[in-house]
Design a protein around this ligand. Structure first.
Ligand code: GAL
Length: 368
């Protein structure tokens, strides 16, 4: 709601100011304008490819939106770090050397990248932290409300455990990468819901968010706690939930405990349909990615009123107070609301989810 309202305000402003000749997207005119026109280069640095969101949604949505906002003249220069923080630093350095106009940065390691962010700033290239709050002097931050993601996961897991859930019931917590600040927020949000209500028997931070590492951690948890004693598993995202299920199945578990996730990955949505995974968190990628593109273009073109309207929230980073931000809301995705979320937003078609293997399960929940 908040986002929709803000977008409406922002475009109304654009219209009225453009009508008065105040905003000049082409940068031409008599008055010397420090702002750029439509012929701009937006650098986009994404962290990895294991989760499908980055290449399937974030990148193409941002590219299309930048094109739409610049009369097809703006370009997105894209690089993916494949989970390698050093590689990402070189990619950022290259973007500075190539003089891109603005950088959208989704950091592999939010702390390690700070020096390169400073070098971009020194080169007068604004950096907008995308999805993860990078350290160093950033101009703005756009993400989902990540504490809320964790809370939604924790709450839904308790619902799944049922009304007889007891504080002695043991759960395993599989958190995300320690170099990703979101992982800490997901964990904090979830812990705030779970603590006192269940026993967190084992908790892991999973290197690189790698499903194989999650599988190895889960195997260790099963050995320590006993497969039959694990009442539920908190998994910070869907890809790791896949690894966790493999570990449980390898230990002979046939009746899987409730397992959480995040990202609405296609195979996770299918597991939700079949009942192997209890929930995911649906984050509207168009909402985040389009707002990021709007911010980047507004910044380069010097549309400060629009930029401020897009960044009305404020967050604090370890290196910076009061970062202008936009935090987008999220919803729990369960068997009950597949149609209202990923289908309604055009993320997947029913035919993508309800393949031959899932046909019966889809019919059972009315997804046809
Ligand atoms: C998080 C992101 C999630 C998920 C995860 C693994 O920072 O918010 O959506 O993709 O990283 O890369």
């Amino acid at each position: 709601m908040r986002r929709i309202a803000m977008t409406a305000v922002a475009s109304a402003l654009t219209l009225s100011l453009a009508g008065c000749g105040v905003l000049d997207a082409t940068g031409g005119g008599d008055e010397a304008s420090p702002t750029r026109g439509n012929d701009i280069k937006v650098g986009l640095l994404l962290p990895e490819k294991v989760n499908s969101r980055y290449e399937k949604f974030d990148y193409p949505i941002i590219k299309a939106k930048v094109a739409a906002l610049t009369n097809d003249k703006g370009d997105v220069v894209y690089a993916n770090a494949e989970q390698d923080a050093d590689k990402q630093e070189s990619q950022l350095e290259k973007m500075i050397a190539d003089s891109v106009d603005v950088i959208l940065l989704d950091a592999v390691d939010s702390h390690a990248i700070a020096g390169a962010v400073q070098r971009a700033k020194d080169a007068d290239i604004p950096v907008i932290a995308y999805d993860r709050l990078a350290e160093g002097p950033i101009d703005a931050y756009i993400s989902f409300d990540n504490e809320l993601v964790g809370e939604v996961q924790g709450r839904t897991l308790l619902d799944a455990m049922g009304p007889r859930v007891d504080s002695s019931d043991k759960i395993v917590m599989m958190n995300g990468s320690p170099t990703d600040p979101n992982a800490k927020q997901f964990k904090n949000g979830a812990t705030s819901e779970l603590s006192g209500k269940v026993t967190i028997a084992r908790s892991y931070d999973t290197k690189d968010w790698d499903p194989k590492n999650a599988q190895a951690n889960m195997t260790e948890a099963i050995n320590a706690v006993g497969a039959g004693n694990i009442a539920a598993v908190y998994s910070a995202n869907d890809a790791m939930a896949g690894g966790i299920i493999k570990a449980l199945e390898a230990a002979g578990v046939t009746d899987l405990p409730p397992i959480t996730g995040q990202d609405a990955e296609l195979d996770a949505v299918q597991r939700i349909v079949s009942g192997e995974q209890f929930m995911s968190v649906y984050k509207s990628y168009p909402a985040e990615a389009e707002a990021a593109a709007e911010m980047a273009v507004a910044r380069v073109q010097g549309r400060d009123i629009q930029f401020d309207a897009l960044t009305r929230d404020k967050v604090v980073s370890p290196t910076q107070e009061k970062v202008p931000a936009q935090l987008v809301g999220v919803v729990a995705l369960t068997r009950e609301n597949i149609e209202e979320t990923v289908i309604a937003d055009g993320i997947y078609k029913i035919s993508d989810i309800c393949t031959a293997e899932y046909k019966d399960d889809c019919e059972a929940i009315g997804l046809t």
